[in-house]
Design a protein around this ligand. Structure first.
Ligand SMILES: *[C@@H]1O[C@H](CO)[C@@H](O)[C@H](O)[C@H]1NC(C)=O
Ligand SMILES: *[C@@H]1O[C@H](CO)[C@@H](O)[C@H](O)[C@H]1NC(C)=O
Ligand SMILES: *[C@@H]1O[C@H](CO)[C@@H](O)[C@H](O)[C@H]1NC(C)=O
Ligand SMILES: *[C@@H]1O[C@H](CO)[C@@H](O)[C@H](O)[C@H]1NC(C)=O
Ligand SMILES: *[C@@H]1O[C@H](CO)[C@@H](O)[C@H](O)[C@H]1NC(C)=O
Length: 700
């Protein structure tokens, strides 16, 4: 067993030896705890200790594969996965838990603290009607047929008035106006006094994201498998929705998928291709009154004025328009011209219909969970407020705010690294100051009073709800409704997000196994610390938009070098070739993740050093009963265990092909830890072992 190796910090040596001594004494008076809180804490500590131990695989070598050491037995305690099941992780479990909690709130099983108001009643009624709606009924049929007619028909279905003059730009613009759908054309709107519209690739696709990109290294076999499966799914949907025959739907399914694959070829370039010097990829800016020039660039296939004015229900003459993805739009114009009109129609209408209809398989996606998701999607604020009233606690709030302050301060100190000039350090420190505090969602009250959700069937209710969401999103363009932005993260969310003046966190995240008020600081720093520090790191790493930071050349050069370091490391890890991995989003994530862990650990050491070594009960709490690791080792184990995962595999990859066992999920633990200098010291890993490589990449 690897135990604490040579410690360079005197302070930690003292603490660690005190802790090591204390851990030999099974229970002290302080631990037995006389009052209720003490007992509660004791129960929690025992449970957490048992949990930590049962997920570990003590036979694994922590210097060879720490993931296996910390998470080796995790999947044995999860439901068995079958083919087609989604992978599970601690994160997805937390998400499911939050969703279950929302379900309970909606079912009235748990009374929310505030008095039930009109909004809450309306939303609960929506949920109830979703639970009980029949899957196939004449009501549904009638609704779908009307919907299709309203959006100019579907060639497959006689009597829906489809004709050869079908104007696809008009249809997607109206779908955007009414429902906020971003089929074929993506759009982001900002309004800080003057509206700026960015034309982008759509954010969603039928084909999974990793296969839908310009550089997707997709083996023909993979692609065929995915295509075949999606084609069958689409065909089945069309058969069940409209009672169509298999032959015609199979063909349509194939057309739809082929069409999207064509679109994918120019999507997500920055996530899959080397950075381009080509000026064609630079965003171009147009004035709203000059849209003809823009349309002309794309051979007049896409009428941008019509698209924007229809989808925003407003003139855009005085708006600035930024074209973000030239090449995607060129491809869109190209395939819109070369594909038969029915294919375009089928693609657009299939995507719209699959947003409206109930999920294909209710065994794998039970109704109650689906309905809770719908309610969260359409009425995030009402649900968020209910969740907040039920789960917020002031003592937790101040506890986590303190943690945030500590991490931020540690971060400021840790900027004293690399070859950052003093100027650069000051610039980054100043930037850090802007993030004042941890922010919790607040709700000023939504008003659904005028939303006629009662006295109608589910399909109409849902239509009203979808339109309401589309309307809310559109407010961003008009610059009104500041309320729209005050909860980007909802109370039930299980993540944090960086805002202009702080980091917003959902209450859903502040639940076990990520957080418990009674957790020791070794656990709190290991679990929430990296999440906070990661967001802050994200704020400091320049991207194309952060011009004031990138003006300092020394910062830019260091960031570019470190990015390159991660790119080579990760490329080698996955493919054993240094130059094939280009996903810029992922590289940023690796950098911020790594910085997050480093800063969180420093923050923990800093807290330890502020403790009086005489305060033994307090320090004793930093380990777990019966867990034979020091508090600092526990930090890394618990960090790793917050990233355990499991996914279905027909058979485990053979160990004699090490590359086959190298996965993204594994790297998210092993790679991040291997770049941390203290980790190797804590577990006594010799230089050159897998977990202590000599070519580490570090930023902060
Ligand atoms: C952990 O996994 C190993 C190997 O699969 C097994 O032998 C051992 O019993 C497991 N330990 C626990 C505590 O589940
Ligand atoms: C790039 O990385 C991000 C973050 O991990 C991921 O969500 C995305 O799917 C990746 N893109 C592609 C095209 O694989
Ligand atoms: C579009 O604007 C007109 C005039 O302002 C308004 O009457 C109409 O309701 C709006 N349509 C939508 C869908 O918001
Ligand atoms: C639905 O999902 C379940 C569980 O994943 C599976 O056993 C079943 O075959 C699926 N049914 C259909 C119709 O796809
Ligand atoms: C960045 O990398 C280049 C080329 O490897 C090297 O010459 C330069 O010194 C590095 N800069 C910094 C600040 O590390």
């Amino acid at each position: 067993m690897h135990k604490t190796g040579s410690l360079t910090l005197d302070l930690r040596l003292t603490l660690a030896s005190i802790l090591a001594l204390c851990s030999l004494v099974p229970q002290t008076a302080a631990e037995r705890g006389a009052n209720g809180r003490g007992r509660e804490e004791q129960i929690m500590r025992n449970a957490k200790a048992a949990e930590v131990l049962k997920y570990m695989n003590p036979t694994a070598d922590p210097c060879n594969n720490f993931y296996d050491f910390a998470c080796g037995n995790w999947s044995q305690y999860q439901p068995e996965l079958r083919e087609g099941d989604a992978p599970i992780s601690v994160q997805t479990q937390l998400l499911q838990r939050a969703q279950k909690d929302v379900q309970m709130l909606l079912e009235g099983g748990v009374r929310s603290k505030g008095r039930p108001n009109l909004d809450e009643r309306k939303v609960k009624e929506f949920y109830k009607s979703c639970l009980t709606v029949e899957r196939f009924s004449t009501l549904q049929q009638a609704f779908l047929m009307n919907f299709i007619k309203e959006y100019h028909g579907l060639p497959l279905l006689a009597g829906t008035n489809w004709n050869m003059n079908y104007d696809w730009v008009q249809v997607i613009a109206r779908l955007r106006l009414n429902y906020g759908f971003d089929f074929l054309i993506g759009m982001e709107v900002e309004n800080n006094g003057k509206a700026v519209i960015q034309l982008t690739e759509p954010t969603t696709s039928l084909i999974p994201r990793h296969l839908c990109s310009a550089g997707a290294i997709v083996e023909a076999k993979d692609r065929e498998e995915v295509t075949a499966q999606l084609q069958t799914d689409i065909a089945k949907d069309l058969q069940t929705w409209f009672g169509l025959r298999e032959e015609e739907t199979e063909r349509v399914g194939g057309d739809i998928i082929r069409f999207e694959f064509e679109l994918c070829r120019y999507m997500r370039e920055e996530e899959s291709l080397p950075p381009s010097e080509d000026e064609n990829t630079e965003p171009q800016v147009y004035e709203g009154h000059d849209l003809t020039r823009l349309s002309k660039q794309f051979g007049h296939i896409i009428n941008f004025r019509k698209y924007l004015e229809t989808s925003l229900n407003s003139t855009v003459a005085n708006t600035e328009i930024v074209m973000k993805s030239q090449r995607y739009f060129q491809q869109l114009a190209h395939i819109a011209r070369s594909n038969p009109r029915p294919t375009l129609t089928n693609y657009i209408m299939y995507r719209a219909l699959s947003e409206i209809n109930l999920p294909r398989n209710e065994t794998s996606n039970p109704r109650a969970g689906y309905c809770a998701q719908l309610v969260m999607r359409y009425f995030p604020k009402v649900i968020g407020e209910m969740y907040k009233n039920r789960y917020q606690r002031s003592e937790i709030r101040s506890n986590v705010e303190q943690l945030f302050a500590d991490i931020k301060e540690t971060f400021g100190d840790s900027l004293n690294v690399n070859d950052l000039s003093n100027n650069a350090q000051n610039a980054l420190r100043n930037k850090l100051l802007a993030y004042e505090t941890l922010i919790f969602p607040t709700y000023k009250g939504m008003n659904l009073r005028d939303l006629p959700l009662e006295h109608t069937n589910f399909w109409h209710k849902q239509d009203i709800a979808m339109k309401f969401k589309g309307y809310k999103e559109r407010q961003r363009f008009y610059g009104g409704d500041a309320e729209l932005d005050d909860s980007i993260v909802q109370a039930y969310d299980v993540h944090m997000k960086l805002l202009d003046n702080g980091i917003m966190t959902g209450w859903g995240l502040l639940q076990p196994p990520f957080y418990d008020y009674n957790y020791a600081n070794s656990l709190k720093y290991a679990l929430l610390g990296p999440l906070i520090a990661r967001e802050l790191a994200g704020a400091l790493i320049p991207d194309a938009q952060q011009t004031e930071l990138t003006r300092d050349e020394s910062i830019l050069e260091i960031f570019n070098n470190v990015t390159e370091c991660y790119r080579m490391q990760y490329s080698n890890y996955l493919y054993n070739i240094p130059n094939v991995f280009y996903n810029a989003t992922k590289l940023r994530e690796l950098m911020t993740d790594s910085a997050g862990l480093n800063v969180a650990f420093q923050g923990y050491l800093r807290w330890l050093s502020s403790m009086d070594p005489i305060n033994r009960p307090q320090l004793l709490r930093e380990t777990l009963p019966g867990v034979d690791f020091t508090n600092t080792q526990l930090f890394f184990i618990v960090f790793a265990q917050s990233r355990c995962h499991a996914k279905y595999m027909e058979e485990p990859p053979p160990t004699f092909l090490p590359l086959d066992t190298h996965t993204e999920e594994l790297f998210n633990v092993n790679g991040v830890l291997a770049n941390n200098v203290e980790f190797a010291r804590e577990f006594g890993c010799a230089l050159g072992t897998d977990m202590n490589p000599d070519d580490k990449c570090t930023l902060f």
